[in-house]
Ligand binder design. Sequence first.
Ligand code: MG
Length: 314
Amino acid sequence: MSDSICTIETDIAVYDVRAEGLFPAGVTLERLCTGAIWGEGPVWIHEDSSVLWSDIPNNRMLRWSDRDGMTVWRDNVEFTNGHTREHDGSILHCSHGQRAIVRTRFGANLENAIDETVVDRFEGKRLNSPNDIVVKRDGTIWFSDPPYGIVSDREGHMAESELGDNYVFRYDPSTGELKVATDLVEEPNGLAFSPDESVLYVSDTSAALQVDGGGHHHIVAFDVVNDRELANPRVFAVIEPGLADGFRVDRQGWILTSSADSVQVYHPDGSRLARIGVPEKVANLTFGGSDGDELYICASSSLYRIRLNTRGAT
Ligand code: MG
């Protein structure tokens, strides 16, 4: 583990005049810490100004803050992947190992937190391995369920898929109802709503497991109808190089997505606006900081940060 923050040579490209104001003057990319095998699922904890994220092959969750540097938050976490917060502050985890959505409720502090299973079955069959997760303003939980945590023992426990397909699910904690939101994305992975929640973006990373160069590496956009159904799927952006493993939407509706060598920024009209080069393969990212204008980037072994002239949508 290293706690020394390192400034990386800035490698930013702006492709569209609309993105010229995105980067503060003199902006730098910082490497905050390193020591993971493969980091994913960062979530900002405003209560103590920290970031939690998953180091999946090491089966642990890490924590970083300006004050404390990097520490192990929890060991033996059953291969968590993506995270988000609920409106009451609970942390939701996508658990590959438990093949479930797990909730951490905490009151006075995280040390006294209680974990509970939110959902782990659909029509009596075990989920595959929940990957990424968002909470809508109405409190419903939307998550992707590709097979990446059951195809080997590296990021979970190798097993057969009981569902035989890969869905995006919508779970309503007030009723306990779990519904398939879409089965149209081959291997759904990252997901995020537009600021007004009229659009849900879902990445298809089916290229990840294919050795012949086939499969998808794009983001699909859906219209959200009646607050709960998805319609009008269209390929929003093909991400190259690599995949859109995870992404976030900012307050103006721009999509900031992982790519193999960078964070790429897209306008909702589909045009690529900018690129932030990152020296390691990027997995996931999240907004954080006291003003919400810091982008925290999980890229392979390290956690990076860059300050932007925007904020997360939520
Ligand atoms: Mg993912």
